[in-house]
Design a protein around this ligand. Structure first.
Ligand SMILES: Nc1ncnc2c1ncn2[C@@H]1O[C@H](COP(=O)(O)OP(=O)(O)O)[C@@H](O)[C@H]1O
Ligand SMILES: O=C(CO)[C@@H](O)[C@H](O)COP(=O)(O)O
Length: 461
């Protein structure tokens, strides 16, 4: 039996076809999405259509997709406007207003596991209600990207899962139910919301007769694809930077730094997300006129500390910390340290400092890492892999490069096929272990200290 897992993430769609019994990959394909922070959902289905032949070989399929995006549908199921994505910051003022209106950060964290920032769906509903009242009035149902793709594949009605529902801001992870009054307060009327399927449930059948799993958010998908265990902390360097761990109890962090998501297995997934990750490297590469491999080589040729350069990597505004209007800052520049090598090094160190902050936020909520895993496109950078242990202050495990989100969706599809209470036990994939080089370890403390000073000094800019 074969199963297909779909990862419809910010920059692209990736599909893997695997053997259902052990997850061995037999084929894979990818197709790009347009750039931008809003996207008509038809671009996701167009990208998926390019994988149609591969998909039709599968006996079961499931979709994991970028979280939080607002897909508004009218009475007839037509898309009302392009989806506002998780990295669109226009709803930051609405986020602040919603926090105040519904009783403050502590109440939000207790009720929904989240404190609204612009990423979460609920704030996008409010933005549409205020700025596009006609679109809001026409909105009969609100889905997330994975819900919409799952429906288009043939699900029986609108369906979601706990993982993705927990990123909306109108679902309670602690109680496992919607809070429709919050969606209504944001939008101006109560929209139809997708049914929350059980983990491992079959939610429909494709046109070619394959079972459809419930799908989930991309981070929950990666957790399932990695077979995450207690004590594992994942750092994912994709368009977003994320740090997360599985937990038996829901999180509710009133500071809003940690989002108290649910996972795709019935447990929970406390998670910190930044807006700036792999693209910090692509932007730095463009700055120094290099490709990504050359950027990595340049960074490794520089001394630890980048000759005194520090980059604050909030290029597209930032979500953690909540600074939607922030920009990047390059500090400490002199005539003697302004080299391509130092700029490359500063970019890699900045990305890793931002992830180290994310791990600290998880630790403040009681997550104690025993193993740190590095995944996502950015983990393909040799410089990231080499410098991560020193900046993070811990050895790092890098699973072999693979599409872990898509693999998680495939494992969920295999689960739906098996109809068992637990997902099939797929073997761990090979991984490499990385330790800090002595010179890097000694310098890391001052690199993080300088980064912290710049981060805090710019908080009110
Ligand atoms: N060798 C590399 N070095 C640095 N970044 C890389 C490398 N290979 C891919 N990337 C980056 O990884 C990102 C894509 O990662 P991915 O995890 O697939 O993101 P997403 O899930 O957000 O679409 C792109 O921004 C790409 O530039
Ligand atoms: O908003 C979040 C998590 O809360 C992001 O992690 C999105 O889910 C997008 O992920 P990538 O495209 O970076 O994989």
């Amino acid at each position: 039996m074969l199963v297909a897992g779909i990862d419809s993430s910010t920059q692209s769609t990736k599909v893997v076809l695997c053997r259902a019994e052990d997850g061995r990959i037999v084929d894979q394909i990818s197709a790009p999405h347009p750039d931008g922070t809003e996207c008509h959902p038809r671009h996701w289905s167009d990208a998926l259509d390019q994988a149609r032949e591969l998909l039709e070989r599968a006996d079961a399929v499931a979709v994991a997709a970028q979280q939080h995006g607002m897909v508004a549908l009218d009475e007839g199921g037509e898309v009302v406007r392009p989806a506002l994505l998780w990295n669109d910051t226009r709803s930051a003022p609405q986020a602040r207003a919603l926090v105040d209106e519904l009783g403050g950060a502590k109440t939000w964290a207790e009720r929904t596991g989240l404190v609204p920032v612009a990423s979460f769906t609920v704030t996008k509903l409010r933005w549409m209600a205020e700025r596009e009242p006609d679109n809001a009035a026409r909105t009969a149902a609100v889905l997330l990207p994975h819900d919409w793709l799952t429906w288009r594949l043939g699900a029986a009605g609108h369906v979601t899962d706990r993982g993705d529902a927990s990123g909306t801001g109108y679902w309670s992870p602690a109680e496992g139910r919607y809070l429709p009054e919050i969606a209504a307060a944001a939008l101006g009327h109560e929209p139809g919301l997708p049914r929350v399927a059980a983990p491992g449930e079959t939610v429909g059948e494709t046109a070619w007769g394959a079972r459809i799993g419930p799908g989930t958010g991309d981070n929950m998908g990666a957790a399932l694809g990695l077979g995450l265990r207690a004590g594992d902390v994942v750092l994912s360097i994709g368009t977003s930077g994320t740090a997360y761990a599985v937990a038996d109890r829901p999180a509710g962090d009133p500071s809003g730094l940690v989002a108290g998501f649910a996972d795709a297995t019935g447990r929970f997934l406390p998670l910190v997300c930044t807006l700036n990750a792999a693209r910090v490297l692509t932007s730095a590469a463009a700055m120094v006129g290099a490709d990504l491999d050359e950027l990595s080589r340049l960074a490794l040729a520089a001394e630890p500390g980048a000759g005194g350069l520090t980059l604050l990597p909030y290029l597209d505004g930032e979500r953690t910390p909540d600074r939607p209007d922030a920009t990047g800052v390059l500090s400490g520049l002199t005539t003697s340290n302004a080299t391509r090598e130092n700029i490359a090094r500063a970019a890699v160190e900045a990305l890793l400092c931002s992830l180290a902050d994310a791990v600290d936020h998880l630790a403040a909520q009681g997550v104690r890492p025993r193993r740190t895993l590095l995944i996502g496109g950015g983990a393909r950078s040799a410089a990231v892999r080499a410098l991560a242990p020193a900046i993070l202050g811990t050895p790092v495990t890098v699973p072999e490069p693979a599409e872990y989100v898509a693999l998680g969706a495939a494992r969920q599809a295999a689960w739906a096929l098996a109809g068992t209470p637990e997902p099939p036990a797929w073997p761990d994939r090979p991984a490499s272990e990385h330790e800090a080089a002595p010179g890097d370890a000694a310098a890391a403390e001052s690199v993080r200290a300088r980064y912290g000073v710049l981060r805090d000094a710019t908080a009110t800019w």
